[in-house]
Design a protein around this ligand. Structure first.
Ligand SMILES: *Cc1c(COP(=O)(O)O)cnc(C)c1O
Length: 444
């Protein structure tokens, strides 16, 4: 299909980057905004369309990050804008748990349809990914009567007090901000590039760790990102999640797929757990669900979701009328514009364009990905030693040339590529050429 974009889908750098207006705004920002909210590139944005962002100085940048996987359908989609504007003019708040409204119910109905598993499913809507994860913890604890929560090494589950404890690395996500809540455990993941194990072997290692450190009967929930995002786009080997799922079933543990980053079409399926052929008990959704409006959800088996007493979960803004209107428009657009197939197209293009980087550039250890979610792991040549300094240079130099691309990985050494699924072949090629300049120089 041919799409209409309000901004030409081209990179166009007309000032130095950051430009003069960004530099001015940055001065005001440093004087007014907490330094704890760190920034990847201090280029201030004004508008966007499709895969292009336009900054305050009129530069057009290729967006390979989507604000960490949020604007999967493209920036400022006109139908999302129209749906949100219409809803904002009608009703912006009642609090669903005081007096409900249809949008919330429709989003829950849609989530029951698109999440894996053909059993009865119920949802709760909240504001952020971390809030969804926290609610999934509460629900699983109430349902099982157990307390221990397991997540995988290299996981990212959020920055609130509970979820920072489920997030793997200490720096910068939790250092100095404890105490960490009790009963949170990190267990080994399958990381094919680094452990060389089959999925089954890695799962046995994980299960052995659980049996010798925690005890299966203590565990309420096992949280997994089927494709890890911030952890470095780690895709566990085939068979890993299948065995973990069996282990959870055998031991009465709630299996939770945290699909906040990889879900909602990004990887060429509605949910990334589908690549592993596994059905979770609960699923969390957030980032890509509402085109940038704050909305998140926990969806899962009705008997688990209904275990909590009325009033035990919820919140003032959760499932806001405007955010849910935007989400309904997003679901509609994904289907109408075949965006799941578009994510598969982006995967093919990325493999064709950057799949040979490990052969061409000695600092590239591995390229991996599904759909529009790729990781490029940078290493010191001839080793698997992480090379974070190289990543930093790639990201900084790309930004100064008008390409926004993300970092990831516990050692800050994985380039994370997450464009909108409507990105053109031309933009993929142009952005790859920019990144290659730094890869080539650092490999020489
Ligand atoms: C971003 C993310 C979260 C946290 O979501 P927020 O909306 O930032 O709170 C949790 N889990 C995963 C997998 C994420 O990528």
């Amino acid at each position: 299909m041919t799409r209409e974009f309000s901004v030409p889908q081209q990179r166009n750098v007309v000032t130095e980057l950051p430009g003069p207006k960004s530099v001015d705004l940055q001065k005001r920002r440093v004087a007014s905004v907490s330094a704890g909210a760190g920034t990847l590139a201090n280029i201030y944005m004004e508008r966007g369309s499709g895969a292009i962002l336009v900054d305050v100085d009129g530069n057009q940048l290729i967006d390979l990050g989507c604000g960490i996987g949020v604007t999967t359908i493209g920036h400022a989609h006109p139908e999302v804008a129209a749906a949100a504007a219409e809803q904002a003019g009608k009703l912006t708040h009642t609090l669903f748990t005081v007096t409900p409204y249809e949008n919330y119910v429709r989003v829950a109905e849609k989530l029951a349809e698109i999440t894996p598993g053909d059993f009865e499913k119920h949802s709760i809507l909240v504001n952020s990914g971390a809030e969804a994860v926290e609610n999934a913890v509460k629900i699983a604890r109430k349902y099982t009567g157990r307390r221990a929560i397991v997540s995988l090494d290299h996981a990212f589950h959020g920055r609130t007090n509970l979820t920072m404890g489920m997030t793997y690395r200490p720096w910068p996500e939790r250092a100095g901000m404890g105490p960490i809540p009790a009963e949170l455990y990190s267990v080994p993941i399958s990381y094919p590039f680094r452990d060389g194990l089959s999925g089954e072997e890695a799962a046995e290692k994980t299960i052995d760790y659980i049996n010798t450190h925690i005890g299966a009967s203590e565990i309420a929930a096992f949280f997994v990102e089927p494709i890890q995002g911030d952890g470095g786009v780690i895709i566990p080997a085939d068979g890993f999640f299948k065995r973990i799922r069996e282990f959870c079933t055998e031991n009465g543990i709630v299996f939770v797929a945290d699909e906040i980053q990889a879900g909602i079409g990004r990887t060429g399926t509605w949910y990334s757990i589908e690549h592993h052929g596994v059905v979770p008990d609960l699923v969390t959704s957030a980032k890509g669900i509402a085109g940038g409006f704050p909305l998140a959800a926990v969806t899962g088996r009705a008997e688990i979701m209904d275990a909590v007493q009325p009033g035990g979960i919820g919140g003032t803004f959760g499932g806001n009328p405007v955010s849910t209107a935007a989400a309904l428009a997003v679901f509609d657009i994904i289907e109408k514009e075949n965006l799941i197939a578009e994510a598969q197209r982006v995967e093919k293009s990325l493999w064709a364009r950057i799949g040979d980087w490990p052969e061409r550039f000695p600092i590239v250890g591995e390229v991996r990905g599904k759909g529009a979610m790729f990781g490029v792991e940078l290493v010191h040549p001839g080793t698997k030693t992480p090379y974070p300094e190289a990543l930093k240079q790639v990201i900084t130099e790309a930004a100064t040339q008008g390409v926004i691309v993300l970092d990831a990985g516990s050692w800050d050494s994985v380039l994370r590529i997450m464009p909108s699924v409507v990105i053109s072949e031309e933009l993929i090629d142009d952005a790859a050429s920019v990144i290659e300049q730094t890869l080539a120089r650092l490999s020489a």
